[in-house]
Design a protein. Structure first.
Length: 62
């Protein structure tokens, strides 16, 4: 049984954008994983897990 995609959710330290990366994209993004898709700054890790109440407010990074 699978629980679906797992996400790591961040808020950008610089511009405040809320975004989430699917955990299976770590290899694709390498050292840029967790960086803001808007300004490229590091983000604060706020939540992790499947889509639910804690992760829903964050926008997907693709």
């Amino acid at each position: 049984m699978t629980w679906g995609a797992q996400y790591m959710c961040y808020t950008c330290k610089k511009c405040g954008k809320k975004y989430r990366y699917a955990i299976d994209l770590i290899g694709d993004y390498g050292p840029d994983y967790g960086k803001c898709p808007v300004c490229g700054s590091d983000g604060n890790l706020d939540a992790e897990g499947p889509v639910g109440d804690a992760t829903r407010p964050y926008e997907d990074v693709e």
